[in-house]
Design a protein around this ligand. Structure first.
Ligand code: NAD
Ligand code: UDP
Length: 311
């Protein structure tokens, strides 16, 4: 039995990760400040004697003895990470420094939840890990993008300078049950709008693309990444290479929900990437032939079912 710390474990992805790690027979400690996460995401785990939930902010030092750390603490939706941009940068940068310092001291392995946002508005398509990105350092997304880029640098340098065992995954748009209905991301927005017969809010002309990954595929990849040998540090892209425009996504959701909602067009937010799609050859190579198993139709049906029962 390993003892594992998950920061941001009360959030959307973190709660699924805690659940899977517990099911695999590990002891799990979840640390979260409940900014976008909630106890409700973990209620079903609270009676498990091998699970512990601690309210704590990663920008403050924290001490514990564990074997592994998954560092997920950071708001992920543009609405939430732009609410207090300075705090978002502090969470990525000071949170990483605190968790890397802890990993160094207790000799734990540590995995960083990085993001496809490090590629910004990419000029290379699909994006391989070798691409350095096209990020506006002073735009409205920079608190998130540059915070995550700085975190990657911290991880790599703790590895080079202090031999900390690090793993970096660059996560592409992930969706599934336990996304917040009001968190502003496209999949949850469109599903909630469709289920309540409200207009579907398309930003821009809706021809921008994204690759959508179901949360179970991501959790599987993160755990495989943590279990790779020490020389595999990443960064490694984790995503589903299927690529869809926002119009295509809206049409699927309208079809699956049988909704009468109409499409409504709004201005495109600043620095909104025009296209995004992962090259996942490194993940396939290093993660034991991992590849996404849940396609967009299957994943949307599961997510729609979840929102039907919660909203
Ligand atoms: P989320 O907002 O649901 O989860 C983030 C969690 O971190 C929440 O529980 C929140 O309360 C917690 N948190 C935020 N600031 C904190 C702080 N200072 N101290 C302690 N806890 C804090 O988002 P998510 O989609 O589950 O994302 C989890 C991680 O994965 C994030 O690091 C995000 O950047 C990364 N990621 C997610 C996606 C995606 O599509 N969902 C894509 C790329 C990267
Ligand atoms: N988007 C949209 N309508 C919405 C929410 C988002 O058209 O109600 C668009 C958004 O402009 C972006 C894409 O959907 O082009 C994905 O947005 P999201 O916030 O989910 O993720 P990110 O931009 O971080 O990839």
């Amino acid at each position: 039995m390993k003892k594992i710390l998950v920061t941001g474990g009360a959030g959307f992805i973190g709660s699924h990760l805690c659940e899977t790690l517990l099911e695999a027979g590990n002891e799990v400690v979840c640390l979260d400040n409940f900014f976008t996460g909630s106890k409700a995401n973990l209620l079903h785990l609270l009676n498990n004697p091998y699970f512990e939930l601690i309210r704590h902010d990663v920008t403050m030092p924290f001490y514990i003895e564990v074997d592994e750390i998954y560092n997920l603490a950071c708001p992920a939706s543009p609405i939430h990470y732009q609410y207090n941009p300075i705090k978002t940068i502090k969470t990525s940068v000071m949170g990483s420094i605190n968790m890397l310092g802890l990993a160094k001291r207790i000799k734990a392995k540590i995995l960083q939840a990085s993001t496809s946002e490090v590629y910004g508005d990419p000029e290379i398509h699909p994006q391989p890990e070798s691409y350095w990105g096209n990020v506006n350092p002073i735009g409205s997304r920079s608190c998130y993008d540059e915070g995550k880029r700085c975190a990657e640098s911290l991880f790599v340098n703790y590895n080079k300078q202090n031999n900390v065992k690090i793993k970096i995954v660059r996560i592409f748009n992930t969706y599934g049950p336990r996304m917040l209905p009001n968190d502003g991301r496209v999949v949850s927005n469109f599903i909630v709008q469709a289920l309540t017969n409200k207009p579907i809010t398309i930003y821009g002309d809706g021809n921008q693309t994204r690759s959508f990954q179901y949360v179970d595929d991501l959790v599987d990849a993160m755990i495989r990444m943590m279990n790779t040998s020490d020389e595999i540090t990443g960064p490694i892209n984790i995503g589903n290479p299927g690529e869809f425009t926002m119009i295509e996504l809206a049409e699927k959701i309208l079809k699956f929900t049988g909704s009468k909602s109409k499409l409504e067009f709004y201005p495109l937010p600043e620095d909104d990437p025009a296209q995004r799609k992962p090259n996942i050859s490194l993940a396939k190579k290093h993660l034991n032939n991992w590849e996404p198993k849940v396609d967009l139709d299957q994943g949307l049906l599961k997510t729609i079912e979840y929102f039907k029962n919660t909203i």
